[in-house]
Design a protein around this ligand. Structure first.
Ligand SMILES: Cc1ncc(COP(=O)(O)O)c(C=O)c1O
Length: 435
């Protein structure tokens, strides 16, 4: 019964970890921000060369306070924040509590503008196009609930999109009489033109919006959102982009994508405080989208209307600044190359076994740090629980109508030795079963 409870739906291990009480305690003293910065400067070189430089990544790992008694291979769910991001947040929280109406509202809250400007600059857009939200779910629901639809209008997405976003459209089906259409795309999908064709082929005269993931959460598949955006625009249909896993994971800018909106969490791959997200909306499109909480009409074309959510902490949002600095310090291209290196490190070795199947492409450009692996003949839920019970390895067991497998998402602090343990554990299951 317990193992069944621990394998409900798509995401199992956070629940499993909670059930067994993952301890919260740093296992070694973390390095200071300046120590790390000095060390990182000692490692110049091309991203691909740095990707396997364990001295460099050891210094990066020292910024985190993670529990090394377990192996956390579910960094895609939600990431630990580096110590100095946590420190900044605590500092701002302490200050907030001195006299919140003054310190939090009058002093700290306006400082959000500086963070907005830096985030906009990093991803190549205007600060008047960037709103902070609590997570990707909030950003996406602003888009999904904020566009005007009429009864009978259709919205289009895939069968692999995030369950909460599907639920959001399904609620609109019940409430507003719209129709959700879901298409299947290949797993993995290695032909971007085919993906665009599949979406375009499902458009009807009633299609009013398309939802597509930049990176599909259950496989790590990267979709061609730039091309999808061009296609959707040619039909006059808004494309809502779910970038929950993509931003600050692989190396791109919003300017590169040339899209009209983009929703992401910042507590995944930017390593920002938990409960932070971002919504980008192209300036001319802001007035087309209703905020989820009401804002005055004077704010109709102001990106800040999406931040009108009542009283909220300032600390979380301000500490995004430290997370951004950490991201810049590592270097987006180096981070991307390291995450690909770590994925290949475990995946290529597991693929040497006959019964191991990967549901993620290893070809350049189709995925980054996340990949999903299946051992044929072994139940994914049981394997996922076994990894935790026997080896204290946290992963995500996925059972989807079209495939199943263990989702693996190491991070910049993951040590190769931890991946060796994962590879050896799965290798032993291939040979001996769940013994
Ligand atoms: C593809 C995708 N979209 C949206 C979300 C929602 O993110 P959050 O829970 O941070 O709101 C997730 C979370 O894992 C996701 O994987």
């Amino acid at each position: 019964m317990q193992s069944r409870r621990r394998f409900l739906g798509t995401f199992t291990l956070p629940a499993a970890a909670a059930a067994v009480g993952v301890p919260f305690r740093p296992t070694f003293l973390r390095a200071s921000a300046s120590d790390i910065a000095v060390e990182l400067k000692r490692h110049p070189g091309a991203p691909d060369a740095i990707a396997s430089d364990e001295d460099f990544w050891f210094e990066v790992s020292r910024a985190f306070t993670v529990d090394r008694t377990l192996v956390n291979l579910n960094n895609g769910g939600v990431s630990p924040a580096p110590g100095w991001v946590q420190d900044a947040m605590k500092r701002h929280l302490d200050y907030s509590n001195l006299a919140p109406p003054y310190t939090m509202w009058s002093i700290l809250e306006p400082q959000r503008e500086g963070v907005r400007e830096r985030m906009a600059r990093q991803w190549g857009v205007d600060k008047e196009e960037v709103a902070f939200t609590r997570n990707a779910s909030e950003s996406l629901q602003i888009m999904q609930l904020g566009l005007d639809f009429e009864r009978g209008d259709e919205v289009l997405t895939t069968t692999q999109d995030y369950p909460r976003m599907i639920t959001t459209f399904k609620q609109r089906e019940r409430r507003d009489g719209i129709v959700l259409r879901q298409i299947r795309i290949p797993i993995p999908a290695e032909d971007p033109a085919e993906v665009v064709r599949l979406f375009e082929g499902a458009i009807t005269p009633k299609t009013r919006a398309i939802l597509a993931s930049h990176m599909i959460n259950i496989t790590g598949q990267i979709l061609p959102v730039r091309e999808l955006s061009v296609m959707a625009r040619s039909h006059g249909i808004p494309l809502i982009i779910d970038g929950a896993h993509a931003l600050a994971h692989f190396d791109f800018t919003l300017a590169d994508l040339d899209v009209d909106n983009y929703s992401t969490s910042l507590h995944k791959w930017l390593f920002a405080p938990h409960g932070t997200g971002l919504l980008y909306v192209r300036r001319e499109k802001i007035q087309d989208v209703w905020p989820m909480m009401a804002a005055p009409d004077t704010m109709d074309d102001n990106i800040r209307k999406f931040e009108e959510i009542g009283t909220h902490p300032a600390a979380n949002y301000l500490a995004i600044g430290e997370a951004l600095t950490f991201h810049q310090g590592i270097g987006p291209a180096r981070k991307d190359a390291r995450l690909v290196y770590l994925r290949n490190y475990w995946a290529e070795r597991l693929l040497e076994h006959d019964r191991v199947r990967l549901h993620t492409s290893l070809k350049p450009g189709f995925a980054c740090g996340i990949a999903t692996v299946q051992v044929e003949g072994v139940d994914t839920g049981e394997l996922n629980n076994w990894l935790w019970d026997k080896h204290r390895i946290l992963s995500v067991g996925i059972k989807h109508p079209e495939f199943e497998g263990i989702r693996v998402s190491p991070s910049v602090y993951t040590r190769p030795e931890e991946l060796d343990r994962f590879v050896d554990a799965v290798g032993s299951v291939v040979k001996n079963g769940l013994a």
